[in-house]
Design a protein around this ligand. Structure first.
Ligand SMILES: Cc1cc2nc3c(=O)[nH]c(=O)nc-3n(C[C@H](O)[C@H](O)[C@H](O)COP(=O)(O)OP(=O)(O)OC[C@H]3O[C@@H](n4cnc5c(N)ncnc54)[C@H](O)[C@@H]3O)c2cc1C
Length: 535
């Protein structure tokens, strides 16, 4: 039987594959999207894993500034996929019954900080103003444009005072910045928690300056996390609808084994079941670096400098232990009298009230030990979106740092996992007394051992598919074009890297359109224009 032919083939139907597919199908190309699993969406997954009607987001939950991404508007998702923008984004209950709550409203946030430190509230206010500007004019355009070279970026940023301040901040270590700017330990702790992407401190980046300048992001209140109504998978559904409506072809249970190369050009793919699909113009991989090049291409087809780059590419040294709960009642914190908004936040820092405890879990995980001092990121999404559980009932989750191979073994006995889950619930109940066994209708434990089997691209349990360290971000990212002509990398190894941003899929759509001489139907975002405008 003759192999089916397409203009382009995309490997992987996570956010990046779906965004890329939707743009290029809408540009008139005949696009095939291949997925090894039954269900599309990758880390946009929502499943009824505890009890029917309780929808648990096993991977991504907190989607940073999603409704302001260029593709959300370009692809008409504002109509298809409603999002909730929580007023209270971060909360930190304390054992003494007090709490810190960060609202999107500056005055509310300042009054919460003021209850702990007048000076810290003033600092926050002064930096908030700059942060909102930096996010709008630097962060966001940078996130959705191919990175500038280090030299060009520096020269452009140096032209404006806000750009110069931003550069100065990128030279500071985030940990030092927080310690220098704030005096109150609890404020520092919640700030460090906010600095993380979504609940785990970016430990590997904390003690090194990063060109991303993410410290500033924690001062920003306008650009924060959005919550996909009904569950994260709804975003995948909306993207798939656009892809299909524009003539795209989706094939599931299609695991790519090999990328076919003729001469030095990618010409198609072969699946593990022997099926072959041809690509006339391009193949784009949205999966990990090692699967793409070592498994699907083979080192022998690559120049030595490139295999060296592959060998240097590294992953995070921590994973996430997920505990998903079906509840009778939402958690009610003992600090409710102190601040009634505590029960309405999106993300909670539970159990670490000092910098020392916040970092202790990372230290233990670094040594492959299961953390002994239990402290975690959490949320009860039905407080913001009742659609995620049956009427009157609730869901909640906790994410705890966990080693990939505790004591050198990836297979953790079930009783050890159950014990760890119980410790989480116990700790939670110290802050929210109704988080008892009686309140829990169902429970599901989801660890790296589980998610790396479902998603082999999340190597070593790395939820980002590449550590977000200085040597792998912005102008040091893995790169979209490859030594194989017509083969593109469009996933989390490339700027703006892991987490739900759709950024790489969006940026690579423009690169492919340019290489194929197709006039884009959208207006690609341009960081040069945005930064020049600041001068
Ligand atoms: C527990 C957990 C919590 C997270 N929480 C958040 C959060 O709150 N916010 C956030 O922004 N991010 C979060 N993330 C990270 C986020 O899910 C990922 O960064 C994101 O899914 C990456 O998108 P992607 O398109 O690059 O890859 P993926 O979403 O992984 O999609 C890749 C797709 O490729 C498929 N595939 C793999 N190999 C093959 C093959 N050989 N052939 C065909 N198909 C293949 C996979 O099955 C998958 O569907 C979390 C991740 C985890 C694990």
């Amino acid at each position: 039987m003759q192999a089916q032919s397409f203009d382009g083939i995309i490997i992987g139907s996570g956010q990046h594959g779906l965004v890329l597919g939707a743009y290029l199908a809408k540009a008139g190309l005949k696009v095939l999207l291949l997925e090894r699993r039954l269900m599309y969406g990758g880390g946009l997954s929502t499943e009824e894993v505890t009890l029917p009607g309780f929808y648990h987001n096993l991977h991504s939950i907190n989607h940073f500034n999603l409704t302001k991404t260029p593709w959300y508007a370009d692809l008409g998702l504002d109509v298809k996929v409603p999002y909730i923008t929580p007023r209270y984004e971060f909360a930190q209950p304390h054992k003494d019954g007090t709490a810190l709550v960060f609202s999107r409203n500056l005055e509310e946030t300042l009054s919460s900080i003021r209850r702990f430190s007048e000076k810290d509230a003033k600092t926050f206010q002064a930096w908030n103003e700059k942060a909102e500007l930096m996010t709008k004019h630097i962060f966001l355009p940078e996130r959705f444009s191919a990175p500038l070279s280090e030299t060009e970026r520096r020269a452009l940023l140096e032209q404006s005072s806000i750009g110069r301040e931003f550069l100065a901040l990128t030279n500071m270590q985030p940990f030092d910045a927080v310690n220098t700017l704030f005096e109150n330990e609890r404020v520092k702790v919640l700030f460090l928690f906010k600095l993380s992407l979504f609940g785990t401190v970016l430990y590997e980046a904390l003690n090194k300056p990063s060109p991303l300048g993410s410290t500033i992001r924690a001062f920003d209140l306008g650009a924060g996390y959005d919550l996909c109504q009904g569950g994260s998978w709804n975003l995948a559904r909306g993207l798939m609808e656009v892809f299909i409506a524009n003539g795209g072809t989706f094939v599931n249970q299609a695991e790519v084994e090999r990328i076919l190369v003729d001469g030095s050009r990618a010409t198609g793919v072969e699946l593990t079941d022997g099926r072959v699909f041809k690509a006339g113009q391009f193949v784009a991989s949205t999966i990990d670096v090692h699967q793409t090049f070592e498994r699907m291409i083979g080192r022998e087809q690559l120049p030595a400098a490139y295999t060296e780059k592959i060998d240097k590419f590294h992953y995070t040294t921590w994973t996430l232990f997920g505990l998903h709960l079906a509840l009778n009642e939402a958690p009610r914190y003992s600090s409710t009298d102190f601040d009634p908004h505590i029960n309405q936040a999106l993300k909670y820092n539970i159990g670490s009230e000092t910098i020392e405890t916040l970092l202790s879990a990372h230290k233990e995980v670094e040594h492959n030990r299961i953390p002994s001092d239990v402290q975690f990121g959490a949320g009860a999404l039905t407080q913001l979106d009742p659609k995620q559980a049956p009427v009157g009932k609730h869901i909640a989750y906790a994410w705890h740092l966990f080693p990939y191979e505790p004591n050198g073994d990836r297979k953790v006995p079930q009783d050890v996992l159950e014990h760890f889950a119980e410790q989480i619930i116990e700790r939670w109940s110290e802050y929210a007394p109704n988080m008892t066994k009686k309140n829990i209708l169902g429970k599901y434990i989801y660890t790296a051992d589980h998610y790396t089997q479902e998603f082999p691209n999340m190597r070593y349990g790395d939820i980002f598919m590449g550590a977000l360290t200085e040597d792998q971000v912005l102008y040091n990212h893995f790169g979209y074009r490859t030594p194989i002509e017509g083969l593109y990398m469009a996933g989390s190894a490339t700027h703006p890297n892991g987490a739900i941003s759709g950024g790489s899929g969006y940026i690579v759509s423009s690169l492919i359109a340019k290489d194929l001489d197709i006039k884009p139907w959208w207006k690609p975002m341009d960081v040069r224009e945005a930064v020049e405008h600041l001068a």
